[in-house]
Design a protein around this ligand. Structure first.
Ligand code: TYD
Ligand code: MG
Length: 456
């Protein structure tokens, strides 16, 4: 092969944006200080590597001719994970599991290995921990079958050899930022290394029909390439998130070629590893104060599942010219907009007030259906009147103060009923779509004035 020319390129470590010169802010993802110099070998033009298992003859196909050998799904032993994956693991897929360091990615995948190894060959490749460290973790989790093989290695060429020899059904790579290929000049964790190694793993997954899970750390500092650089290459992208100080963790699907996205799985980190949370709403509402103003329960759809959360607001008189507003767990711009709507359409003089809005439990929610909850919580705190704790509300709020329809109203009502709520405030226009309202009072509202009239 002709040796290519070495060139220096600056890569954004957060999103993979390429530039010939260093820049302070990335034009792609708007992050600051993420550009790092990498030397890349430009391949001679026209040399495209053959994909393992790719079509050798140049033959095109008609849809009707394609043979559908049923891509069966393997259950992971975690229903929460199966749902996020769209019903289980698809053979030959490449799954990226991203998240902050220490959030529990290795723990989750080791537990998945344990479940899979009961019937299948699994290979866990770690570039971060020694065999002894993995064993220590494994001992906390439980007993493991011998179908699970461990391998500590960071060299991609050796990893490829081992996979080809062992032919396991599932491979875990922990983490992609520690793996390097000899063919790329730059350091492990750089954008070019991470892209090359993922590309090669993709060929293995598709060529040998092996499912590969890749762990990718999210780092703020931009010293190693983030998982976003790889999102477009893999079949499924899952992010593991949660408050480091709280014990629960949320696994969120952001891309899935084999199912719907936006699904979430809820886990709790215990001493013996991760445990599934079967009823997240109950979990999120734990510790809700009784009779306090500025607190209301709202309902958000996360994928196909309704989740009830407590929205808290604290509104107080501001001592500064520009009032302070903060939002934790939701979008601040949205909160500011809703406060302006409350001021203009419901006559609450909030312009001189500080306001703090918080989604209790540390979960992030951005569905417009929680608008009504935010509005109710703000109004309740402003008037210092508590909202009855048996009330739940949902609905999108428009700029004229109108309460707009939301989808899947029935599922939300059913969830509220299941958790013992007796009144549901919702958009009037959503009422005709409801099919079962037995045992719960349905209050339809057209605008926010009507809604906040139900407080106290
Ligand atoms: P880990 O899976 O190593 O995180 P990541 O791979 O995402 O970097 O998670 C480590 C954290 O989980 C660590 O702070 C300890 C905690 N942990 C438990 O609380 N219980 C357990 O049984 C295990 C194995 C870990
Ligand atoms: Mg780890």
């Amino acid at each position: 092969m002709t040796k290519g020319k070495k060139v220096t390129i600056y890569f954004c470590q957060s999103c993979g944006y390429e530039s010939s010169k260093w820049m302070g802010q990335c034009p792609g993802c708007k992050e600051w200080n993420t550009f790092v110099e990498e030397s890349v070998e430009k391949k001679a033009a026209g040399k495209v590597k053959n994909v393992v298992g790719g079509n050798k003859e140049l033959k095109t196909s008609k849809i009707s001719e394609i043979d559908m050998q049923d891509k069966e799904r393997t259950q992971t032993g975690f229903q929460e994970l199966d749902r996020v994956l769209g019903g289980g693991i698809v053979l030959g897929s490449l799954v990226l599991v991203g998240g902050d360091p220490g959030i529990g990615k290795s723990t989750l995948l080791l537990q998945v290995c344990r479940n899979l190894a009961e019937s299948k060959e699994v290979l866990y490749i770690s570039g971060e921990e020694s065999l002894q460290q993995i064993k220590m973790r494994a001992q906390r989790i439980g007993t493991f079958s011998d179908n699970l093989q461990l391998f500590c290695e960071t060299n991609l060429e050796q990893i490829e050899q081992v996979i080809e020899r062992q032919k396991p059904q599932t491979v875990i790579i922990d983490s992609i930022q520690t793996i390097y290929s000899e063919e790329v000049g730059s350091a492990p964790g750089s954008v070019s290394q991470v892209r090359e190694t993922t590309g090669r793993l993709l060929q293995i997954a598709k060529g040998m029909d092996i499912t590969i899970f890749i762990v990718g750390h999210v780092t703020k500092e931009g010293v190693v390439a983030g998982p976003r650089v790889l999102e477009h290459m893999v079949d499924t992208v899952l992010y593991f998130e949660g408050d480091r100080h709280a014990s629960y963790r949320i696994l969120r699907g952001v891309k899935n070629r084999f199912g719907s996205t936006n699904e979430i799985g809820v886990f709790e980190m215990r001493e013996k590893g991760l445990v599934e949370v079967e009823n997240p709403s109950e979990y999120m509402l734990n510790g809700k104060p009784q009779g306090a103003s500025g607190s209301v329960v709202a309902c958000s759809m996360e994928g196909t599942r309704p989740i009830l959360v407590e929205i808290q607001a604290l509104v107080c008189h501001s001592n500064f010219g520009i009032p302070r507003r903060t939002a934790a767990g939701t979008d601040l711009t949205r909160v500011n907009l809703l406060m302006a709507v409350l001021e203009k359409r419901a006559g609450l003089s909030l312009a001189t007030c500080d306001a703090y809005v918080n989604i209790a439990g540390g979960i992030r929610m951005n569905e417009p259906a929680i608008d009504l909850g935010i509005v109710m919580a703000l109004a309740s705190s402003f008037r210092e009147k508590a909202i009855n704790e048996k009330i739940i509300c949902f609905g999108e709020v428009g700029l004229s103060g109108e309460v707009r329809a939301v989808n899947m109203a029935q599922q939300r009502v059913t969830e509220a009923k299941k958790l013992g709520f007796d009144t549901c405030i919702l958009p009037k226009v959503s009422i005709p779509g409801l099919t079962d309202t037995k045992g719960i009072k349905i209050v339809g509202v057209e605008n926010i004035r009507e809604a906040i009239g139900k407080i106290g």
